[in-house]
Design a protein around this ligand. Structure first.
Ligand code: ADP
Ligand code: ADP
Length: 228
């Protein structure tokens, strides 16, 4: 398992305007770390920096003790899984969509992933907008069902590190509650970084890191933060 560490990270999209101003925290290996903070605090920026879409201007990000600037971008991303807010599906079967990160995945593996994500009943169907030459119509998937496809896809990828950036914020609260079970199954045993603006989605995090003004404002367990 891999820990993810930010050490005194500084970063700004515009060099004259810093977004992160000396941010330090550790997401411990195999544990769930939540990042919370007001809109614009830099939470998504943290995710983008882990993916190395940008490089830090000062400080370092290490994964399993290795500075991510010392390895290729591809090898960094191989270890990372995401469930984005809006999942884009390929015009192909749901099972193809699930197996995409690992084309050699067996039928059994795909089925198990679909079961964990609770979309087992429609793996052989096609996504919405798809129509075969014989007129077979695709299935209109709800936002929640698309998230389940994304969850199954990430189970197949099986990355040691999982990044969930407001993965359920586009869903209504009932669907969100249903999906959280599958998300927790996916996160179990992985180093998980869960970005949220609502505390409700992170109730079971091992640690909560509150980001504000480009630095860590406070961190601790749910109980510790509420007790203050
Ligand atoms: P959060 O996820 O906490 O809402 P973000 O990390 O998305 O915050 O954004 C942090 C700050 O960086 C905001 O002021 C935002 O406007 C700015 N920002 C985000 N993305 C970009 C970008 N691609 N280019 C320039 N500024 C950006
Ligand atoms: P692949 O999954 O084939 O390695 P990429 O290298 O583009 O493709 O992406 C690696 C990981 O990064 C994937 O899990 C993908 O879902 C995720 N990813 C791609 N784009 C973004 C993004 N804009 N923000 C966060 N994660 C992303």
């Amino acid at each position: 398992a891999c820990s993810v560490r930010f050490d005194d990270v500084h970063f700004g999209y515009d060099p004259r305007r810093a977004v992160l101003k000396g941010l330090s925290f550790e997401a411990e290996a195999g544990k769930k770390t939540a990042i919370v903070g007001p809109s614009g605090a830099g939470k998504s920026t943290i995710a983008r920096l882990i993916f190395r879409f940008y490089d830090v201007t000062q400080g370092a990000i290490t994964i399993g003790g290795t500075d991510i600037r010392d390895v290729t971008q591809d090898s960094v991303r191989r270890n990372l899984g995401v469930v984005p807010q809006d999942t884009v599906l390929f015009n192909d079967t749901i099972s193809y969509n699930i197996s995409y990160p690992r084309p050699e995945a067996t039928k059994d593996e795909i089925e198990r992933a679909a079961q964990m994500a609770q979309i087992h009943e429609f793996v052989s169907r096609l996504p919405d907008g798809y129509e075969t030459l014989v007129g077979e119509r695709g299935l209109k998937l709800s936002g929640g069902e698309k998230q389940r496809v994304a969850i199954a896809r990430t189970i197949i990828k099986n990355p040691p590190i999982l990044i969930l950036d407001e993965a359920t914020s586009a869903l209504d609260s009932e669907t969100e509650a249903e999906i959280l079970t599958s998300l927790n199954a996916l996160a179990s045993g992985r180093t998980s970084i869960v970005i949220a603006h609502r505390l409700s989605t992170i109730i079971d995090a091992d640690k909560i890191v509150v980001v504000d003004g480009g630095v860590v404002a406070e961190e601790g367990t749910h109980e510790e933060l509420l007790g203050k």
